[in-house]
Design a protein around this ligand. Structure first.
Ligand code: GTP
Ligand code: SPV
Ligand code: MN
Length: 588
């Protein structure tokens, strides 16, 4: 008799009616076999892949997505719990049966003439007690190869889930790429993601945002753990002592750069474990332990260079394990190399933009799409932490919440306690970026960088966060950061990138109790003399400005937090309401 997993695949095949079914085995040769298919396969947009210069960019390939399909589309992303209330004001909701009828219609015969790739995969190390077994079907070989880079796939994983019913299911088809027929549907109770009409990133690589965050966060709520939009990193000090921290920043706000930082502070060194998603469990020792459910990077290309992120440049040029894919970057046609704004060196003479059109700077447009990305295996990273593959994960000493704020929010703030820290996360705001469709550069509330990714009512999520703190005997400290404050001329005051180590050092000094802090109504900030400025010259008034908390300027911020919290009213945890009221009193 067929196993539950095989049965499920047969059902999808019957619905989507592909010409062929290809079971991914995860073998070494398979990536190259799939690439061969992608090099010759003509899709709605020409070949799926184009080979890049293999001498300078070994194993690198270029993919161009449909110009109408270049970022996550939050408007068509739904979380379908049985009731709207369970999904919360933070999610689009549709009645599950209605959503399924709609998706069945869109999926009926949608793979005719195509191959259906079957991908058994695991989020997390296969030996980890925290890992989850998953199964996905897709009609995109770009997605199939990307899943191979981003997750752990293959026959051995299939053997693991063959005899179980609780695997997470994902159906994906690029459909017609018609934006009016594009939906990313989640059914958390069933552990099912159903996405049609997009081939891009978080809409299509289902293991990432859909499974590891939206479905994962709901599983975490039920089972007592947290699925977070967070970096996991180890910081080694002068004496070889390592401290592990996690950091949540919204999309395109600096997680990848932070996770792979080359420290500007001599003697300090960063080791990376993950750049986007963390699963956090309470260990038997009462501490918080983090694993990265992913196995690869899907990082923002523009701005990446030897100057800003040398470790990532080395990773994507290494080409040792799995292909490196570029999506919607520009092409230097003389050298057959990828190119983007902010990469090292002069602008090449002959460039095609991300859509394949000849491009010169005089056009005034961007050559690479602002949300163009690379996909690369994390094991190509020259700074992978020795514990990255430890099934138990690493113990976390500090959690950092951050956002992109040109005004108001200090460079770093420490919370007074766990509940205040959860409120600090809950009141986070950030300016929108190109990672999702819609207007760029407007401040929106983005609690814990999870607004687009929390798979249930955010008020329940805050309750769960508070409970997690109560269950730990040694909870991590909670901080907030903002690298993006600007001066009167609109220039970033803080240099960022490798210099962010100065902030992380202060965070560690606070964790170990090495330095006192200055109290403000918004939280604890560094005394200027405690910030290690070795090798960095910054005018004193600029430095002081980074830590200015003037409550009279906070009125609009507090109003915006109040408006954001309003729809959660009945469900809002009392602790969050009290923290809000306390802040409110400060600006009166
Ligand atoms: P997602 O993959 O969308 O989740 O993004 P991310 O949070 O990993 O962001 P990433 O590190 O790719 O950075 C996005 C943008 O922020 C890039 O253009 C970076 O150059 C810029 N950036 C990152 N760190 C800093 C910083 O410390 N200061 C400044 N000014 N910009 C930064
Ligand atoms: C993000 O938007 O936070 C990303 C890219 O990491 S995507 O995979 O498209 O979600
Ligand atoms: Mn992300």
């Amino acid at each position: 008799m067929a196993s539950a997993a095989e049965q499920w695949v047969q059902d999808q095949e019957r619905l989507a009616k592909p010409d062929r079914v290809y079971w991914c085995d995860g073998s070494d040769g398979e990536a190259w076999r799939l690439l061969e298919i992608g090099l010759s396969e003509e899709r709605l947009m020409g070949p799926v892949f184009q080979q890049l210069n293999q001498k300078t960019w070994p194993t690198a390939y270029l993919h161009r997505s449909n110009p109408n399909d270049v970022a996550r589309t939050e408007k068509v992303t739904f979380v379908c719990h049985p009731t709207k209330e369970a999904s919360g004001p933070n999610n689009n909701w549709m009645e599950p049966e209605k959503a399924k009828a709609l998706m069945s219609k869109l999926s009926d015969g949608c793979m005719a003439g195509r191959t259906m790739y079957v991908i058994p995969y695991m989020m997390g190390h296969p030996d980890s007690p925290y890992a989850k077994a998953c199964m996905m079907v897709t009609d995109s070989c770009y997605v199939a190869i990307s899943m191979r880079v981003m997750t752990r796939i293959g026959t051995d994983i299939f053997e693991k889930l063959r005899n179980r019913e609780d695997f997470i299911k994902g159906f994906h088809s690029i459909g017609t790429l018609d934006p009016d027929r594009r939906y990313v549907m989640h059914f958390p109770e069933e552990g099912l993601v159903w996405a049609v009409g997009s081939g891009y990133g978080g809409n299509a690589l289902l293991g990432k945002k859909c499974v590891s965050l939206r479905i994962g966060s709901f599983l975490g709520y039920k089972q007592g753990w947290l699925a977070e939009h967070m970096v996991i990193m180890g910081i080694e000090d002068l004496h070889g002592k390592k401290t592990y921290i996690t950091a949540a920043l919204p999309s395109a706000c600096g997680k990848t750069n932070l996770a792979m930082m080359e420290s500007a502070l001599p003697g300090y060194r960063v080791w990376t474990l993950g750049d986007d998603i963390a699963w956090l469990n309470i260990g038997p020792d009462g501490r918080l332990w983090a694993i990265n459910p992913e196995a690869g990077y899907f990082g923002v290309a523009p701005g990446t260079s030897m100057k800003t992120n040398p470790n990532m440049m080395k990773t994507i040029k290494r080409g040792a394990f799995n292909p490196t894919l570029f999506t919607n970057v520009a092409l230097d046609t003389d050298r057959n190399e990828p190119w983007w704004e902010g990469i090292d060196g002069p602008v090449p003479e002959n460039l095609l933009d991300w859509q394949g059109h000849p491009w010169t700077p005089s056009l005034g447009t961007k050559a690479a799409h602002p949300n163009s990305r690379f996909t690369a295996s994390i094991i190509n990273s020259p700074m992978l932490d020795a514990e990255a593959a430890n099934p138990r994960g690493v113990p976390i000493s500090a959690i950092i919440f951050g956002g992109r704020r040109t005004q108001l929010i200090p460079l770093v703030t420490e919370s007074f306690n766990w509940a205040h820290g959860v409120f600090m996360g809950a009141r986070m705001g950030s300016e929108t970026t190109a990672a999702a469709t819609g207007q760029v550069g407007v401040v929106r509330r983005d609690p814990m960088a999870m607004l687009p990714f929390c798979g249930y009512n955010m008020a329940d999520y805050w309750r769960h966060y508070l409970n997690m703190g109560n269950r730990m005997s040694r909870p991590p400290r909670i901080f907030s950061v903002n690298w993006f404050r600007v001066d009167d001329r609109g220039k970033f005051i803080w240099p960022g990138f490798g210099d962010n180590m100065r902030v992380l050092k202060w965070v560690i000094d606070r964790v170990t109790g090495a330095v006192p802090a200055r109290e403000t109504p918004a939280g604890l900030v560094p005394r200027i003399e405690d910030l290690d400025m070795t090798g960095l010259v910054l005018p004193k008034e600029d430095l002081e400005r980074l830590f200015t908390v003037n409550m009279k300027d906070w009125r609009p911020e507090v109003d915006s937090v109040r408006d954001f919290l309003k729809p959660y009213k009945g469900r809002l945890p009392a602790e969050i309401r009290e923290q809000y009221e306390k802040l409110e009193r400060q600006v009166r």
